[in-house]
Design a protein around this ligand. Structure first.
Ligand code: GTP
Ligand code: MG
Length: 296
């Protein structure tokens, strides 16, 4: 497939906003050439302001991936938006991976030939579960499985590389990627960078990773769903004593943030923490064999 105008604009943009050192690093070109390239990219690019009207038009292109629970969808304004990063964080067993599976199935209903990319860092992706969910959604399970591209990420560098390769799936293989799942976004980073001295390095890498994901979401009008663990906040005595991993970097880059916790009798509660235009709120749901459902 030939590269889209939008894609070219983004390549140009990457050069325009790069530092000479980054280009030298990436390509081995001389500093002088790098500077010249950046200057050319900058002048040929409309470093643009868009009118509110144009932005509104772009917003009209937003599609929504359903969870299967009307309450959960309503919390997010009707489902998970394309063009956005949606982060779900919560303790083990709170449903983050299950929701990732459900989205991988349901994303295929928003457009013909829609493809879901699943980056699995914890070896918890299960094709058998996809079959169950596809049946539950009344979809052809073979087709659904075919349209999920799964990669196992073995460490944080590998994870970052895989995220960068998604661009190739779209541009070179012509796949209509509508959803990218990263489950878990932070587990490798958390395991590899231990101790205070390495925290700054970890955050810097995570920041880069998040920006690659944001750019993907934005350029290709796709939804990025990332999961995140929580850790105990030892200095907290009231309220919920947990906080998400990845700190401000992950929090800021995510367009929507949802906190999942276990409710009564096997139910789950999703709480919208951060969103550009939806009020904070909660939705009760549960996971069963066929998918994600409303708590009545
Ligand atoms: P961690 O990755 O450990 O942090 O947890 P998670 O938030 O990813 O939890 P996950 O999505 O794996 O949720 C697990 C829960 O979903 C289980 O405790 C079950 O209640 C439910 N669940 C998982 N698989 C199935 C299934 O096939 N059928 C049904 N009915 N429920 C399931
Ligand atoms: Mg999980």
């Amino acid at each position: 497939m030939s590269q889209t105008t939008e894609g070219k604009r983004h390549d140009l943009m990457s050069i325009a906003v790069a530092t000479p050192a980054e280009l030298v690093d990436a390509t081995g070109m001389s500093d002088a050439v790098a500077k010249k390239m950046i200057a050319v990219a900058r002048s040929s690019l409309e470093m643009g302001f868009e009118s509110g009207e144009e932005l509104l038009k772009r917003r009209e292109k937003v599609q929504r991936i359903k969870t299967g629970s009307k309450n959960f969808d309503a919390l997010l304004g009707g489902g998970l938006e394309t063009g956005a990063i949606v982060e779900c964080f919560g303790e083990f067993g709170s449903g983050k991976t299950q929701i990732g599976h459900v989205l991988a199935v349901n994303s295929q209903s928003i457009e013909k030939d829609a493809v879901a990319v699943y980056i699995d860092t914890e070896n918890t992706f299960r094709p058998e579960r996809i079959i169950q969910l596809a049946k539950g959604a009344g979809l052809d399970e073979e087709q659904v499985l075919k349209n999920i591209k799964v990669a196992r990420a073995y460490n944080s560098d590998h994870q970052m590389l895989l995220a960068e390769k998604i661009e190739d799936l779209i541009k070179k293989q012509g796949l209509n990627v509508k959803l990218v799942v990263i489950d878990s976004l932070t587990a490798h980073f958390r395991a590899e960078f231990i101790g205070r001295g390495t925290l700054a390095d970890r955050q810097q890498k995570l920041n880069k990773h998040m920006h690659i994901l944001l750019k993907l979401a934005d350029t290709h009008n796709l939804c990025v769903y990332v999961t995140n663990q929580v850790m105990a906040k030892p200095d907290m005595f009231f309220g919920d004593p947990t906080q998400a991993i990845g700190g401000h970097i992950v929090a800021h880059a995510s367009t929507f943030r949802v906190y999942l916790r276990k409710g009564k009798k096997g139910t789950r509660v999703a709480k919208l923490i951060d969103s550009p235009n939806m009020p904070e709120g909660e939705a009760g749901f549960y996971v069963d064999e066929t998918g994600v459902k409303d708590v009545e």
